[in-house]
Each structure stands twice: as structure tokens, then as C-alpha cells.
Design a protein around this ligand. Structure first.
Ligand SMILES: [Zn+2]
Length: 711
């Protein structure tokens, strides 16, 4: 009997997927915590959310008057200082009746100054010994290693007494100069037998331990929280506002570490700020790709705000809202939209409802897909955390400037990402962990944008990858430092690149040039006498590689005559085993990011198209269409996502220019049988040329289209 029960139990576990893995989520966060939590009757509010077709939400039931305190709880809790109406109790049945899953939004990184003064021992302490203040200019924050954690756990238990579907933590995070509270100091001493290191000296073993310690502290806080929640509500989901693509040393939010204690992985890839012309159009998609890499197969969520930040009560034009959605789902992520009650009543919500309907109707084509990209662009968390050219990332837009502009990592990544998206060659975003221990064989080309900090293990795996037939494209100081930011005498990949460095950097070169030095297919469309130089480069000489481009000698002024050639290589190609290593000695990505130099973008496109020819190519469409290729059913079905960012030459985009008669050309080996569009809902005619190459024509693409390719 017991065995039977046990068996039944196991089968139950094996067959029943948790609710958050069953379909793509359409999550709403109606931000009521800044105003009135119960501004509408529970039934009315649930009805309005259901009418906009959301199937899940992060629900605000704690007021945030310049931070969280214990006076604005709208549920029954032993910790409530003030008794407010039990909105949660009234709301849950109304939401559930309408098919909406309810996760509670719990802010664990921002508390009122007064509440901080009432619990001084909970506060994060700065390196100078002062308590943390000025969080969002008005509040403070507590430390996960203090007894504050028991307060959080107590509230969790009170929340889990209700039939909630999950908990979402906004936070926890450390700050660039915290935490040096007595609990952190003691815990560190017990673990490492040393004093807490400074966060100002950001390299070497001590700083690596500090980072490990803070990420572990956050992980333990998540682990204990999750355990409490699951004991009371085994069916509930638990996750947090995760680390961004940035230098997460300041906050300790290392997704690769924190993922083990979460059921989903999410980050604010769709929060856009200030001068949007400087924000990558494809920010949500790039974030989604990195999250997929870091999520260990768990579902990913891109958090997007309907507001043009930092204006909390503002609304992006409808096409921008639609693009935030489209770029997330195109890259395999679920969507989460943060909206204030004012905007929730605006006509622009119609496009979000339309997108929700699209996701609901096409859930089977958006769920459990995998990328078919043959190119990988590396985002190196290690370099972001330990390299001097890296900016610290706080809460999305808040950044601590990098220590030097030389080798700016964010610019280097963004520039190469931009050139790759615009070359319309599908690519993944992978990280150091992928390079160190996950399969690389599916990629024909790996792009390393100034991956300056690299372990010996990664360098070895990259050498094996090239030996076995892979191609590498690396820039600037790639592999010059070890994985804790300590410089090496020579690039770890110098042998692979066929290059010998002279141990110095040339620049800044403000008006200087580069010059082709030999002919090669990689220089197609680049038959120039001279082309603009990057600002910096690693000085050195070929040691086995062939140079295709060299730098010119610096001019004293921009009208100082015709520049003389120099022997310094810019672009080197080295054939190693069955593969190829291509090394650009300058900060090519930063140069593209800053100036969008046409020849430099062309070079990246040539590298991608020559070394990893995509099986599906878009023609007769501008480079502002992002191309994502994913598959289902072991590759028998391909899904070609086309996100059309073609606007009116500025941002925010108020109107999209629709594309007509875009052609998709499909390589013979794909053996395309059938094609149809999911947005336009049309069966497309497949035409084949003598060589077996198939072509389909899409009559019109507005913001978004998905082409189903059956093989
Ligand atoms: Zn602390």
C-alpha cells in the first residue's frame, strides 16, 4: 500500500508540470503601491485585468510610501503596525475565478527612512561605517545577514496562509559600498578566516571572495525564503528581480549562482530610460538571450515598463510597447508589463491586449522552443566584475562609472551586438560558464567582445573549439587578464591569434586611420585606401597570423597630410587545426557603438556571414528588422521571428514603417515544405530555384511577424 502510494506520488510529480512551466506567461504588475492598493473593488479590478487578457500578475498588497514599512499591509499579518482592509483576501478568489495566477510583489530592497531608524541594526552599512541612505533618494535598505530576514520570513508565512500562486522578490541587493554590518563581518570571518575585503580594490582573490560571499548570502536568503513558502504552498512559484547584463559585483546578483533557488529567472530587460536614441532597440531581446543561457532550462521573464523612465507616470507610444513585447517573446521569454493605474486606463493598452491575445492563441508555437543560432556573442560576467573598463550595474539604469574609458565593456558588447543584429545573422548570448563547461559544438562562430578577464580553463576550451573547426572573432584585450582581473604578461590566446603583444596600448586615436594590407573575402565591400581607426589598440606584431588590416601612424592634427602606414596589425586571421581565429587588436565594438562607422559594421557582417552562413536569410528588408530563428519538435519546425524596429529615425518610435514584400530565402538543406505566418495568418507560396533554394514572400510586416517553417 505504501509502495503504491509512493509510486502514485512519484508519477504525479513526473507528469504534472508546475503551473509556471505549462504555457507562456502574460504577467501584469499594476503598480498600486505608490497610491491606493484598493483603489477599485476587488472584483472590478480583477475583471479589468482579465479583460486585457493577462494570465498572471505580480500583485501589490504593501504600500510603498517612499519605501516599504509595516504600516501599509493590505492582508492579515502579525507584523502589521496598522490594520488595513484585507484586500488580498477579497481579491484572490476574484482573480482565480478569471484565470489569473497571483504572485505577491514583495519589495526587499527599499525601506522608509523612518522604518530604518526604528530598526537601525537591520540596515546595510557602508564601508565608511555609515548606514545606507538615499536609496532612490528617499529610503534605506536592509541586509540579508541581519535579523531582518526573520521579519521577512514571518511576513512570507502570513502571505502563504492565503491561496497565493507565488512570491516575487524585488531585490535583495547589496550596493557598491555595502555591506559592512557586524553580521556580514562575522559571517565572512567564520567562512574565510579573514576580515571583509574592500569593494574598492576590484581585482584579485580577496575581491573574488567578497563577490562569492555576497552572492552566497543572497542565495541563502532565497533558499530559506523558498523553503518556507514551499512548505506552506508547494504549488507556489518563487523568484526575484534578477541580475542584469552588467557588472553585478555591486549588488551580488549573479544569476548563475542565484538560479538554483528560483523557479523562474527574470530581469528588467524592458525598462528604457532617458534619451532612447542611445538605448539599443533590441535591449529586451539581448537580455532574454542572456537569461536563457543562465536559467538552466527554467522559464525566463523580461520585465518591461510601460513608462518612459525615469518618469514613473508616463506612457511609451503604442509601437514601443508592442516592440517590448515582441522582442521578449521572439527570444523565448515570457512578458511582464509594469503599468501604473493611470496608464492602465489609456487607449494604448489595446496593443498590449492584442499582443496578449496573440501569445494566448499561439502559445504552442512560443512555448518550449530552442534557438537555432550558429553564432554566439559572449557576455562575460567575469570581465564585467573584474575589469577596469567595466561600469558597475545597480538597479537597471543606476551605474557607477567605469574606472577608465579604455576598453569600455558595455560599449564593446553593445557595438558588436548592434552590428550582428543589423547583419541579420541569428545569434545567442552566452557567458563565461558556457565557455567553461557547456557544449560549444553547435556554434560555428563565437564572438568575444573584449573578454579581457578569462580563466585558463576557458582559454583551453576555446583553443580546442578552434582546433575542432570552430571560428573565433575576438577584440582588444581579450584574455589579457586572469579570471580575477590580474594582468598576464601576454594574452592567454596569443598563440591561437598568432599574435605577439608589445605590452602596451596605443591611443586615444581621434582622427586616425586603418588601411587594408592584403586581399581577402573578409574585406568584401571594404576596398578602401583608408578607413577610420578605432580609438585604442593593443600594440604588437603577427606571430603566425596573416594581417588583413593595419593601423596608420598617428597624425598630429586631422589635416596633417596623408598618414604613413605603420606595421601595427588591426585585423589578423590565423588558421589553427580545422578552424580559424580572427583577432581585431582595437576596441572595434566601442568604436561602432560610439560612431556607427559603416566600414566597421560591414567588417562584422562579413565575419558573421562568411564564417557562419545563416540557413535562413531575410532580403528586401532594412537592417532594422531583428531576425531570430528558433525551433520545436527536434528541429522539424522552425519559427522565424521578425521584429520590425523601422520607425521614423528617432525614438521613442511613434509610428512603425510597415514592410512590404520582404523575402525569406531558405537554404536547400533545410528542406522547407510549408510556410505560414502567425500574425498575418497566411499560407505562403514556397518557390524553389534550380539549386533547391526556397523563397517565400511576406506580403506585409508591421511591428512583428512569426513565420512557421515546416521541414
Ligand atoms: Zn550586512
Amino acid at each position: 500500500m505504501r509502495r503504491l502510494l509512493l509510486l502514485a506520488g512519484l508519477c504525479g510529480v513526473a507528469s504534472a508540470q508546475p503551473w509556471w512551466e505549462r504555457e507562456p506567461l502574460r504577467i501584469l504588475d499594476l503598480v498600486t503601491s505608490l497610491g491606493r492598493i484598493d483603489y477599485l473593488p476587488a472584483a472590478t479590478l480583477a475583471e479589468r485585468k482579465a479583460a486585457q487578457l493577462y494570465n498572471a500578475e505580480h500583485l501589490d498588497v504593501m504600500k510603498l510610501p517612499a519605501g516599504l514599512d509595516d504600516r501599509g499591509f493590505y492582508f492579515r499579518s502579525r507584523y502589521a503596525r496598522v490594520e488595513n482592509p484585507d484586500f488580498l483576501g477579497a481579491y484572490l478568489p476574484e482573480a482565480h475565478k478569471r484565470g489569473i495566477r497571483v504572485l505577491i510583489y514583495f519589495n526587499v530592497h527599499w525601506y522608509t527612512r523612518q522604518f530604518g531608524e526604528e530598526h537601525p541594526e537591520w540596515r546595510q552599512i557602508r564601508e565608511n561605517g555609515r548606514p545606507l541612505e538615499d536609496v532612490y533618494d528617499t529610503g534605506t535598505d536592509f541586509c540579508v545577514n541581519t535579523p531582518w530576514r526573520e521579519w521577512v520570513f514571518g511576513i512570507l508565512r502570513d502571505l502563504a496562509a492565503y491561496p497565493i500562486d507565488g512570491i516575487f522578490y524585488d531585490g535583495p541587493v547589496f550596493r557598491p559600498d555595502t555591506c559592512y554590518c557586524r553580521w556580514c563581518k562575522e559571517k565572512f570571518r567564520n567562512r574565510y578566516g579573514a576580515e571583509l575585503p574592500s569593494k574598492r580594490e576590484r581585482k584579485g582573490k580577496a575581491f573574488a571572495q567578497m563577490l562569492e560571499f555576497q552572492a552566497a548570502s543572497l542565495t541563502e536568503f532565497l533558499r530559506d525564503s523558498r523553503k518556507i513558502l514551499k512548505e506552506l504552498r508547494p504549488e507556489a512559484a518563487f523568484y526575484m528581480n534578477g541580475g542584469l547584463r552588467g557588472a553585478n559585483w555591486a549588488t551580488g546578483r549573479l544569476n548563475r549562482v542565484l538560479v538554483s533557488e528560483q523557479d523562474l529567472v527574470g530581469a528588467e530587460g524592458g525598462f528604457i530610460y532617458g534619451d532612447l536614441t542611445r538605448t539599443p532597440l533590441w535591449k529586451p531581446g539581448l537580455t532574454a538571450r542572456l537569461l536563457e543561457t543562465q536559467a538552466s532550462g527554467k522559464p525566463t521573464v523580461i520585465f518591461a515598463a510601460a513608462a518612459h523612465k525615469p518618469w514613473t507616470f508616463s506612457l511609451l507610444p503604442a509601437p514601443e510597447l508592442k516592440l517590448l513585447y515582441a522582442d521578449s517573446i521572439a527570444n523565448g521569454a515570457s512578458v511582464w508589463m509594469g503599468i501604473t493605474p493611470f496608464e492602465f486606463e489609456q487607449p494604448e493598452m489595446a496593443v498590449l491586449t492584442e499582443m496578449n491575445r496573440f501569445v494566448a492563441d499561439n502559445a504552442r508555437y512560443l512555448h518550449r522552443t530552442r534557438s537555432e543560432a550558429r553564432v554566439a556573442l559572449v557576455w562575460s560576467d567575469v570581465t564585467a566584475n573584474f575589469y577596469a573598463g567595466s561600469e558597475a550595474q545597480l538597479i537597471d539604469i543606476d551605474r557607477v562609472p567605469s574606472r577608465t574609458e579604455v576598453g569600455n565593456l558595455e560599449a564593446e558588447f553593445s557595438g558588436l551586438a548592434d552590428a550582428l543584429v543589423r547583419s541579420q545573422v541569428p545569434f545567442d548570448v552566452i557567458d563565461d560558464v558556457t565557455l567553461e563547461r557547456e557544449p560549444l559544438g553547435r556554434y560555428r562562430l563565437i564572438v568575444l567582445p573584449n573578454v579581457a578577464c578569462m580563466s585558463e580553463a576557458v582559454a583551453r576550451r576555446l583553443a580546442e573549439y578552434v582546433q575542432g573547426g570552430g571560428a573565433l572573432f575576438a577584440t582588444f584585450e581579450t584574455s589579457l587578464y586572469d579570471e580575477t582581473g590580474v594582468p598576464r604578461p601576454e594574452l592567454a590566446l596569443a598563440g591561437l591569434f598568432g599574435f605577439r603583444s608589445a605590452g602596451k596600448i596605443a591611443g586615444p586615436r581621434r582622427w586616425d586611420f586603418m588601411k587594408p594590407s592584403s586581399a581577402d573575402p573578409l574585406l568584401e565591400h571594404l576596398a578602401r585606401e583608408l578607413m577610420p581607426s578605432t580609438a585604442y589598440y593593443v600594440v604588437g606584431a603577427p606571430a603566425g597570423a596573416r594581417d588583413l588590416i593595419r593601423f596608420t601612424k598617428p597624425l598630429a592634427g586631422r589635416y596633417d597630410g596623408i598618414p604613413d602606414p605603420s606595421p601595427d596589425p588591426a585585423l589578423l586571421v590565423n588558421t589553427v587545426g580545422k578552424g580559424k581565429a580572427i583577432y581585431f587588436t582595437g576596441d572595434l565594438g566601442a568604436s561602432i557603438h560610439n560612431f556607427r562607422i559603416a566600414e566597421q559594421m560591414q567588417l562584422v557582417e562579413n565575419v558573421a556571414r562568411r564564417l557562419a552562413p545563416p540557413p535562413v536569410a531575410l532580403e528586401n528588408a532594412p537592417s532594422s528588422v531583428e531576425v531570430v530563428l528558433r525551433s520545436q519538435e527536434d528541429g522539424r519546425r522552425w519559427l522565424l521571428h521578425l521584429v520590425n524596429f523601422t520607425g521614423e529615425m528617432t525614438r521613442p518610435i511613434r509610428k512603425i514603417v510597415p514592410l512590404r514584400e520582404a523575402r525569406v530565402s531558405v537554404a536547400p538543406e533545410v528542406a522547407l515544405k510549408r510556410a505560414r505566418t502567425l500574425v498575418g495568418r497566411r499560407e505562403l507560396v514556397v518557390r524553389r530555384d534550380a539549386a533547391g533554394r526556397a523563397t517565400i514572400v511576406i506580403p506585409q510586416i508591421d511591428e512583428y511577424e512569426v513565420v512557421l517553417l515546416e521541414r
